[in-house]
Design a protein around this ligand. Sequence first.
Ligand code: GLN
Length: 573
Amino acid sequence: MVKKYVLVSGGVISGIGKGIIASSTGLLLKTMGLKVTSIKIDPYLNIDAGTLSPLDHGEVFVLNDGGEVDLDLGNYERYLDVTLTRANNITTGKIYRDVIERERKGDYLGKTVQVVPHITDAIQDWVERVATIPVDDTGEEPDVCIIELGGTVGDIESAPFVEAMRQFQFRVGHENFALIHVSLVPTIGSVGEQKTKPTQASIRDLRGLGLTPDLIACRCEKTGLDEGIRAKISMFCHVQPSQVLAVRDCSSVYHVPELLKDQGMVDYLWKRLNIENTVTITPALKEKGADMWKKWNQLTTNQERLHKSDAVKIALVGKYTHLQDSYASVVKALEHATLALHKKLVILWIEASDLEPESRPVNPLKYHNAWRDLCSAQGILVTGGFGVRGTEGKIAAAKWAREHKIPYLGICLGLQIAVIEFARNVCGMPEAHSVELDESTTTPVVVYMPEISKTHLGGTLRVGSKISYFQEGTEGSTIRKLYGGGSEVLERHRHRYEVNPEMVDKLHAKGLQFVGKDETGQRMEIIEMADHPYFVGVQYHPELLTRPLKPSPPFTGLILAATGGLQQHLATL
Ligand code: GLN
């Protein structure tokens, strides 16, 4: 079977939206009826993103198979509505480990093992192998694989990958490989002149390394690219003007696919990759794709039509709030739920430690602002996280939500926090704590899971897709109804600690309901507060499975409760 590859590389600076452009390209091809998969290459040495701080690279995304990967894989899953595997995220660490293991086994038959050809071959083999893994409900091999190369071309780290891709274009053939290079066209000075030099330089680097851009996607300010600038880039970068795409700043990233389509991206790739004559698209997939595009457009139009009066204020209490990429999926999940309910999302970012009384004398303004935001929020979300900083602030937020009957959603650590707060303030256990946060606590309500390694951090969490079972007698539970009323839910996990099973009865007696547990009945997965409009905690991360057109139920519940529509919604189920 012929497979098409679209490589997306970046130049000038990192963080210019390569991931969004790559996933939008995939989405456009999918809406034409093609089966699309994707690979993200991260040239760092880590084996996976699992040990990276969210402040370094943004959130760690978790896949069904437990792969801890770059957050861009989240974009691909959401845009393309696919399920990826850990192998879809390639890092330098993974490739070297592979090659070194083979060298130790003697697979190279006495040869000197080198970056070229051994590392570059391993990269190409990996890409070819992963591109065949089925990713959607067709269960069939994808037609197209989008490969996003992290970092910028010219970095020392990405050099072996660039060389591998240079060779790869010949391995798979010209009509099966296209390259989109994402560049930056900054506007400088008081007259607002657009500058093409950085793009010229980066294309020169690219060509020097043996890669020829088919499309140059230029990130630029709101007004787009001036015609003269497009012509200039075309001339200096040796492409047709139609191969220069303007990707201007948009009010929402959901507009990017449309922006690319309007500039002829699909038509160009169709011809360039000779899809008409080499790929068979079934009428069913064609129809499904067209329907997907229609719904996508509805979504963007609806978003444009939202008014100030549709606003819903959600406090997001976390500890990495100054790097919002740390909560990329949570934000997406909130966005999807609000969009589906025709509401306009306003996130009040609250750094948990600012809520703590100790911060008041140090920085009274921050303290007061944090509390003002918390008190004015219609819903409160306490995010997942690791480590002790901000714990007491999160506990204060959970207490506020419980006592003032403000809708609350606790994710992973957010569930554990709610349990600690409840134990301390309702069950009369003032010393209640998590052993993660206070190792010597006399009242451990959250404990280390027995099967988890204490010495190795990488790849040792309880991670990946696991089933939670709704317990007997929970038919009336709000969260169960939001999930459709079934007896189980399949969601992705990433944690090391759990609610202490020995404490469950005491907590339950006071009104904290453990509506969902794992298959052993010993591990608490979902909590719900009796006598509260919406107070839900989940040990898993529901934000990892949200889709623009299929929001995640716990988030839908939060937004519904925050806007006063929950009871009415439940009555219609
Ligand atoms: N630190 C907690 C644990 O390991 C919560 C993890 C999380 O929120 N992802 O259990």
